[in-house]
Design a protein around this ligand. Structure first.
Ligand SMILES: Nc1ncnc2c1ncn2[C@@H]1O[C@H](COP(=O)(O)OP(=O)(O)O)[C@@H](O)[C@H]1O
Ligand SMILES: [Mg+2]
Length: 300
């Protein structure tokens, strides 16, 4: 399918590629790094053939918004999203990069994903149904899917390079990184979650759960890295229609998931093409998430 207005694979030949993820491509700028959010979409851990218009800009715009809101709470890796303020080598690609790129401090990334859950969903819900716990944290009996937890919990996971991340206990993080670092990661992650969840709630959105990545500066300062609090790293639920006892529709990818289930795709590559209507509706959802959370349209 021929698609205009989407970026699937940036061509930035004079920049040094540091890594290519499912959605983002990172370029090495010495002490700094350029993060470029493409319009790629992954569902069930597989990248789909079609891009979602404006998705990269929504992911970047939301991260920038949150870095601003969180500035008083934690240090972050964010430097600028203004291409005109980036190095000259980057500026020459301004037309490709504008709106979808962030210049950040290059960090030594902590090798655990710092997940915080305020509600029971996804792998947290399936762990709870099997064991009554998530990541070794005992929870009250009788909770339903999507129920609010008595208090948010820190449920770290491995950073799998291939396949799915696996939930690990706080003990495992301690054994690997030491008690002091593990405790800082947990306390900071919970603090950021609480601040963000409070804010999201004021905008009619429940922040079910989210995944943070933290990194260390050369001086050893621990700062918030990666994308933050985007639909790709978090579950956002509209407050209207929230009904525990079942899975909540996901704000962004639900049309894609429903479509893939309806055609009985076996979730193994290669993924099928997405119809234009599903692509358009998904794009609207991402834009809607941006607007609801920030209070203004992305393209005003
Ligand atoms: N400030 C930073 N310094 C170095 N690496 C970072 C920084 N922020 C994020 N990263 C890394 O950049 C990558 C982001 O790319 P992404 O497309 O999200 O990959 P993935 O598919 O692994 O999630 C992740 O591996 C993340 O750990
Ligand atoms: Mg990622």
């Amino acid at each position: 399918m021929d698609q205009k207005n989407v970026l699937l694979k940036p061509e930035l030949p004079s920049l040094k590629l540091l890594g290519r993820g499912k959605v983002r491509e990172n370029y090495d700028l010495g002490d700094h790094m350029l993060m470029v959010a493409t319009d790629r979409l992954s569902a069930f851990d597989v990248v789909l053939p079609q891009g979602i218009p404006d998705k990269g800009a929504v992911l970047t715009g939301l991260s920038v918004f949150w870095f601003g809101l969180l500035r008083d709470v934690v240090g972050t890796h964010f430097v600028t999203a203004d291409v005109a303020k980036m190095p000259g080598d980057v500026q020459k690609y301004a037309s490709v990069l504008r709106g979808r790129s962030m210049l950040v401090r290059k960090l030594a990334i902590v090798p655990f994903e710092c997940v915080v859950r305020g509600y029971l969903a996804g792998s947290g819900w399936s762990d709870y149904t099997r064991t009554g716990s998530i990541s070794g944290i005992r929870l009250p009996a009788g909770l339903r899917e999507s129920d609010k937890l008595p208090e948010p919990v820190f449920t770290p996971s491995t950073k799998a390079t291939v396949g799915h991340d696996e939930n690990v206990t706080f003990e495992t993080v301690k054994e690997n990184l030491g008690a002091e670092m593990a405790t800082r990661l947990r306390d900071l992650s919970l603090k950021v979650y609480l601040k963000a969840a409070d804010y999201a709630r004021s905008r009619g959105i429940i922040l079910c759960d989210t995944k943070f990545e933290w990194g260390q500066t050369p001086k050893g300062e621990l700062v918030l890295a990666d994308e933050v609090l985007t639909p790709d790293s978090s579950r956002f639920w509209p407050v209207d229609g929230y009904a525990p006892g079942k899975a909540q529709p996901s704000f962004d990818k639900q049309f894609v998931r429903d479509y893939l289930i309806s055609i009985k795709w076996n979730k193994q590559p290669p993924p099928p093409d997405l119809p234009a209507e599903i692509v358009a509706k998904t794009s609207e959802r991402y834009l809607e998430a941006y607007k609801r959370l920030t209070g203004k349209a992305l393209k005003d």
